[in-house]
Design a protein around this ligand. Structure first.
Ligand SMILES: NC(=O)c1ccc[n+]([C@@H]2O[C@H](COP(=O)([O-])OP(=O)(O)OC[C@H]3O[C@@H](n4cnc5c(N)ncnc54)[C@H](OP(=O)(O)O)[C@@H]3O)[C@@H](O)[C@H]2O)c1
Length: 338
């Protein structure tokens, strides 16, 4: 993290000197984790509606693996590519049209497919509407861990499922980045939560997040029976953060006319079933969306489990760790760490 004295000095400053070049973990081709290497790159310039952030913490998520493998690439990818769709840091410059944020603000951001480069870097230029002040409850590192996962978890619970007090929900894949937060938001809304997690430690973690019942969804073979014991009339909703056979069992435990939601990206995605309302969604970043998230983070006194931290220079190791599975919460890159 940026040290506290430097942060105090930055607060209220009007301009902060920014170097011309920066360190970034970038790639010159798609491929295995080792393609992520240290690069000296120009600091991105900002347009009138953008802010420049000195990155403190960058999130690492499963979508970054897809980016690294070129799964989202256009016909003519422009290398070097700096991955990283979210993170937190300090505003060091604002575009001429920006009024809502100022130099020195501690912010977090989610920005998908940014043509100016991602968060695996010392600096990132982002459209101001994708940026928000960090929740008061969190520091930069923990805010940097939740920009994407927090929006995805909250929008799953509140917008896609419209979960209400007293309802029951299965959160499948609850020990990961989105799931650990979704459990807490579901409890905040007054629901009873049955969760599936990965591994013994994953089960323990999800219990700590507040789930009422948790099973190891990779080893327990009768998830549907366990869920029916939890909600004999069937559960009202399922939030799917992983796909496959175990998810099929979760869906079997739904009540008639139950609701299912999943963010795009889970593999394999569930098919439509008769008598079940299925919503697929993508996380949306915006001023209102971040305000909503900040309120929920504060109200839930959100716990943000950080599984492991890596320096930018070890971004490839972060990807190797993510690919190994059984990650407890979220992996982050600490940009000024060693
Ligand atoms: N479209 C969007 O806007 C958007 C935004 C955010 C996330 N997403 C997608 O949403 C999904 C979740 O994201 P995330 O960041 O939470 O990923 P994550 O951290 O990898 O979490 C998924 C979790 O599900 C677990 N899991 C897999 N199979 C399981 C099973 N049978 N039983 C219990 N747990 C199981 C995984 O464990 P292992 O690692 O041990 O397999 C992992 O802990 C990903 O597919 C991601 O791409 C989409």
């Amino acid at each position: 993290m940026l040290d506290r004295t430097r942060r105090a000095a930055l607060a209220g400053a009007h301009a902060i000197p920014v170097p011309r070049t920066m360190y970034a973990a970038a790639m010159d081709r798609f491929g295995e984790p080792a393609v992520l290497t240290g690069h000296a790159l120009p600091v991105p310039t900002i347009d009138p509606g953008e802010v420049l952030i000195a990155v403190d913490t960058s999130g690492v998520g499963p979508w970054d693996i897809d980016v690294r493998l070129g799964r989202f690439a256009g016909r003519r990818p422009h290398f070097p590519i700096v991955p990283g769709v979210d993170g937190a840091g300090i505003v060091v410059a604002v575009g001429s049209r920006v009024r809502r944020l100022k130099v020195g603000d501690e912010v977090y951001s989610y920005s998908w497919g940014n043509p100016k480069g991602g968060f695996y870097a010392e600096y990132v230029a982002v459209p101001v509407n994708n940026v928000a002040p960090i929740p008061k409850w969190l520091d930069l590192q923990h805010a940097g861990a939740i920009a994407t996962t927090g929006l995805t978890a909250l929008q799953g619970i509140d917008d896609a499922l419209r979960l209400r007090k007293g309802e029951t929900i299965i959160i499948h894949g609850a020990s990961g980045g989105v799931g650990t937060l979704a459990v807490q938001f579901a409890k905040l809304r007054g629901a009873r939560v049955f969760a599936t997690a990965s591994g013994i430690e994953g089960v323990e973690l999800v219990r700590e997040m507040g789930a009422d019942a948790v099973v190891d969804g990779k080893r327990v073979v009768d998830i549907d029976d366990r869920a029916r014991a939890f909600a004999p009339e069937g559960v009202d909703a399922v939030l799917a953060l992983a796909g496959g056979d175990a998810l099929g069992q979760c869906l079997d435990a739904l009540r008639p006319n139950g609701r299912v939601a999943h963010p795009n990206g889970i593999e394999p995605a569930p098919r439509k079933r008769r008598g079940i309302a299925l919503t697929r969604y993508d996380a949306v970043a915006g001023v209102r969306e971040f305000e909503h998230l900040n309120e929920a983070v504060q109200a839930a006194k959100l716990k943000v489990p950080i599984a492991e931290r890596y320096s930018l220079a070890k971004a490839h190791k972060a990807h190797l760790r993510l690919e190994a599975g059984e990650v407890l919460g979220k992996i982050v890159l600490t940009v000024h760490g060693t």
